[in-house]
Write a protein that binds this ligand. Structure first.
Ligand code: UD1
Ligand code: UDP
Length: 442
């Protein structure tokens, strides 16, 4: 078996690293394709170093540009490589342009796609990431889904339950493994050593880069206005290149840099960054990955967005959506900083993203699918003339697994009278309504 991984940005390198590592451990042949979307050392090379994974076999060097140009160039490059390498499955991760490009190319070449971190939805079609993840899901063969909640998103869009695999999120694998290494090593980035981070207290880690925030002057200005008032905190701001460019364009960069309690530094490596957030009292961010890492490392997070595709962090109580509204940001930040019980509750929120074994589950599932021949994409032999799903109410104690064995069926959806549930094998269906397929009908 041969697995190809496509990645291109900082979070993809971080979240694919545990899977790349696991593929190596299983002795499976693999190639890594870098799209080149992130190219600064601080946004790319340093992560291969810190996460101890091999450098990519290919780099398409797409660089920066408009969505069309970037995605188009990626597609051309990916197609050429895949035609030559002929992998059995291609893995894409998350919601960047690489995911869109990779999934589209594979769909047309009849190569199986495994979408890592599938099923997330912000329900906000103005976000490029929402378009990317939805299109990628349509073209995918295997879905590695972080939570039951995200699996339900896919079920409600009509996806078959067959290839949905709940794995947790590989960010937890990366976090657990690398925080230990980082703690033993201590801070190494010059910028952080100069700030004497080991002895610093009252740390607020800030990151932002979302187009819907940093591309709009009023929104960034409002966030900065809130930061200006948090003078009791040491704000550490590893600035994303997009954000730096935009702040300079808006004439806001120097204004922020000159504030004594705000420390703007270059994007920092993963080990230093994990240490930084683990020492933080509060995280202020619009990053997807950081919302997950915050709850994994028990640090309260305020998310500078009005929606999130990580609603589990909010319902668990570890994350609050504050948008870019100065008043709301300050109200919530001050509550966390001054109300110990409130802060404790946020810290103790239960991590919904698993135990750190997502990569193991992912690679095991790929091996099984390969052995069963599911990765061979062929046209269906029997064309179904109509949609055959059935619906019924269950009035006995019977688990999903038992029902499926007895009836030779596959349950897609379960309603418990209140909400949709994912048909986990051991779920007792008594009193629930199910939608299912009988295998003999197809
Ligand atoms: C991309 C992803 C976003 C992800 C983020 C992670 C898409 C549509 N967006 O956004 O989902 O959350 O990565 O960080 O795929 N730049 C540099 N050096 C670099 C890379 C970028 O200076 O190494 C600058 C360029 O001016 C570029 C801008 O940052 O125009 C934006 O980069 P781009 O890759 O287009 O999007 P991100 O904002 O990084
Ligand atoms: N990160 C890092 N150094 C930094 C900022 C972020 O290592 O200076 C890591 C962070 O731990 C997280 C990931 O980068 O795992 C998040 O990337 P980003 O916010 O760029 O993208 P998103 O997750 O929003 O797609």
């Amino acid at each position: 078996m041969k697995i190809a991984t496509i990645l291109g940005t900082r979070p993809e390198i971080i979240k694919m690293a545990p899977i790349i590592d696991e593929i190596n451990k299983n002795g499976i042949e693999q190639i890594i394709i870098h799209t080149g979307q992130h190219y600064d050392k601080e946004m790319s090379d340093n992560f291969f170093r810190d996460l101890e994974i091999q450098t990519p076999d290919y780099n398409i060097h797409v660089g920066s540009g408009t969505h069309g140009r970037q995605t188009g160039r990626m597609m051309e490059g990916i197609e050429e490589i895949l035609l030559k390498e002929k992998p059995d499955i291609v893995l894409v991760q998350g919601d960047t342009n690489a995911v869109l490009a990779g999934a589209l190319v594979c769909g047309k070449l009849h190569i199986a796609v495994g979408h890592v971190e599938a099923g997330l939805r912000s329900f906000d079609m103005t976000m490029p990431e929402e378009i990317n993840r939805k299109v990628a899901d349509i073209c995918s063969t295997m879905y590695f889904i972080p939570t039951e909640n995200s699996a339900i998103n896919l079920l409600s869009e009509g996806f078959s339950r067959k290839n949905l695999i709940i794995t947790g999120n590989t960010v937890v694998d990366a976090c657990f493994r690398h925080l230990e290494i980082a703690k033993k090593r201590g801070f190494e980035e010059e910028s952080l050593k100069n700030l004497d981070m080991e002895n610093m207290e009252n740390i607020l880690t800030l990151t932002m880069h979302r187009a819907e925030n940093v591309d709009f002057k009023e929104r960034v200005a409002e966030i900065i206005a809130a930061l200006k008032e948090l003078t009791d905190m040491n704000v550490i701001f590893p600035i994303h290149p997009r954000t730096k460019n935009m702040l300079e364009k808006f004439g806001l960069f120097d204004d922020l840099k000159n504030l004594e309690h705000i420390h703007i530094v270059k994007p920092i490596g993963y080990l230093d960054f994990l240490l930084l957030i683990s020492k933080s009292t509060l995280i202020l961010t619009d990053s997807g990955g950081l919302q997950e890492e915050a709850i994994t490392l028990n640090v309260p997070a305020l998310t500078l967005r009005y929606n999130t595709e990580r609603p589990e962090t909010v319902t668990a109580g570890g994350n609050i959506l504050v948008g870019s509204d100065k008043k709301v940001i300050l109200e919530n930040a001050n509550k966390i900083l001054n109300d110990k019980d409130f802060a404790e509750k946020m810290k103790n929120a239960v991590n919904p993203y698993g135990q750190g074994d997502a990569a193991k589950k992912t690679v095991l599932a790929i091996k099984n699918y390969y052995d069963e021949g599911v990765l061979n994409i062929t046209a269906p032999e029997e064309i179904m003339t109509s949609f055959t799903r059935k619906m019924t109410q269950i009035n006995e104690d019977i688990t999903v697994n038992e029902f499926e064995l007895n009836e030779n069926a596959l349950i897609h959806m379960v309603f418990d009278g209140d909400k949709m549930r994912f048909p986990l094998d051991e779920l007792n269906l008594n009193g629930m309504i199910i939608i299912y397929d009988k295998y003999d009908d197809n």
